[in-house]
Write a protein that binds this ligand. Structure first.
Ligand SMILES: *Cc1c(COP(=O)(O)O)cnc(C)c1O
Length: 431
């Protein structure tokens, strides 16, 4: 077979170029362009002829030495996730069919009863709340949330130290907060109007443990939600909290999971996930109607779950530590510089490089370094706790610290960051 001989050794892309040329000569190029798309010619295959829309728009691309922060578009998707997104873009499907099959697949992989791909962790909180509101108020229809919730059961119990910016996700379902501090407060907080509880996993305070929290709520038959948005790695956290007994568990899809930034996971009990689904799009009346995840991102989320389950915590930690070491070696000779590696206990639980130095010796403050690196080309974004009073390590020297999250760096960027950082730190005195 002469034809397959010719094709051997040609990449698929070169084959497409070659065959497109051949077909164009035969006057069939529009057809072939369609065929190229059907092959799943995804983002990886972007050639020099395609526009770079960031450049076209004048948007600065950055080197992310910060971490998975929403304002910095969190993470980038691994190649296999990008490819899955690209492939999904080529075909229409029934949205609810994709939603339910993606949910079943993810639930199976993450060892829980049921799952739903939400529009980020934030919408997972809202959909969990809508599910609990309906479970507690069987007479309320989907379209009654939030307007009619005040007429029925509408209380959510939280520890005072677990109040946070994401509370608004629950207000969207018309819930009122009941705050508790001690175990006694908690036991007395349950009323005939209690709908659910929320537990903020990465909260810095709060004296009631996960286990006690669950035991008391469940003795009243009240479901418990946990917000674990940024709490992976370790990978096993993806099933730890459902197995601990939390009825619904929320994760960000675009942080450590490295799926699309507007995707997230709601994991949990089948009856609640079913109710959450009823309040989600594509149905028009639900509180989740405006929280649509497109087919590309649903598929991307599934691919990200596959990707993370192929990783292991030790190898990831080793890789991020090596990047810390590359950067540390390039700046540790600077006068007064102390380098250390810090792993936050919960949320962003990965090695961060912490550079502590005396700004009066070096001639530039960490905040100034932060701003300089951001403004230059290439633009480098340091961890937002750089130069902050609220030290990431909690040791009180935050204002003298540069912090780097190395886990989102692309190959080779550790050396660029080390070099640029050294330049800024060593040129400061004379300036
Ligand atoms: C990031 C985060 C969220 C929101 O996650 P999205 O995926 O951006 O919606 C919610 N809760 C906590 C604790 C977070 O860190």
């Amino acid at each position: 077979m002469l034809k397959s001989k010719v094709l051997e050794g040609l990449t698929r892309r070169r084959f497409l170029q070659w065959s497109q040329g051949a077909m164009a000569a035969a006057g069939a190029s529009p057809l072939l362009a369609g065929a190229a798309k059907a092959f799943g010619d995804g983002p990886q295959a972007a050639g020099p002829s395609r526009p770079d829309y960031y450049e076209k728009l004048g948007v600065t691309k950055m080197i992310n030495a910060a971490g998975t922060y929403t304002m910095y578009t969190a993470s980038t998707m691994p190649a296999q996730v990008q490819e899955a997104v690209g492939q999904a873009a080529h075909h229409p499907v029934h949205l609810s069919d994709l939603q339910s099959k993606a949910g079943e697949y993810i639930a199976n992989k993450l060892h829980c009863e049921a799952a739903l791909v939400s529009c980020g962790a934030d919408s997972a909180l809202t959909l969990a709340a809508a599910a609990c509101v309906q479970a507690a108020n069987p007479d309320l229809k989907v379209g009654d949330i939030p307007e009619k919730v005040s007429e029925g059961k509408n209380e959510m119990i939280v520890q005072k130290a677990h109040r946070y910016g994401y509370d608004h996700a629950f207000y969207l379902c018309g819930l009122n907060f009941v705050e508790v501090e001690t175990m006694d407060d908690y036991k007395n907080a349950f009323t005939p109007k209690t709908v659910m509880t929320n537990f903020f996993n990465a909260a810095r305070g709060g004296e009631i443990s996960h286990e006690d929290w669950l035991a008391v709520a469940h003795s009243h038959n009240i479901p418990c939600n946990i917000d674990a948005a940024a709490d992976m790695p370790p990978i096993s956290n993806l099933w730890k909290y459902t197995q601990m007994g939390f009825d619904t568990v929320c994760f960000s899809g675009g942080k450590g999971l490295r799926g699309p930034q507007n995707a997230g996971l709601l994991l949990g009990k089948k009856n609640l996930i079913d109710l959450a689904t009823a309040n989600n799009n594509p149905y028009d009346e639900g509180v989740g109607r405006g929280m649509k995840v497109a087919k590309e991102q649903i598929v991307g989320m599934v691919a990200a779950v596959d990707w993370i389950l192929e990783q292991n915590d030790e190898a990831m930690e080793k890789g991020y530590t090596e990047r810390c070491n590359v950067i540390a070696h390039m700046v540790q000779h600077i006068p007064s510089m102390q380098v250390s590696i810090f792993v936050p206990p919960v949320a962003n639980h990965v090695p961060h490089l912490v550079l502590t130095y005396d700004p009066s010796v070096v001639g530039i403050t960490p905040r100034e370094v932060h701003d300089k690196l951001r403004a230059q080309d290439p633009s480098i974004e340091l961890n937002p706790s750089t130069g902050s009073k609220h030290s990431i390590t909690g040791d009180g020297s935050g204002e003298n610290q540069i912090v780097l999250g190395t886990w989102m760096l692309q190959p080779g960027e550790d050396e660029i960051v080390g070099r640029e950082l050294r330049k800024v730190l060593t040129s400061a005195k004379g300036a």
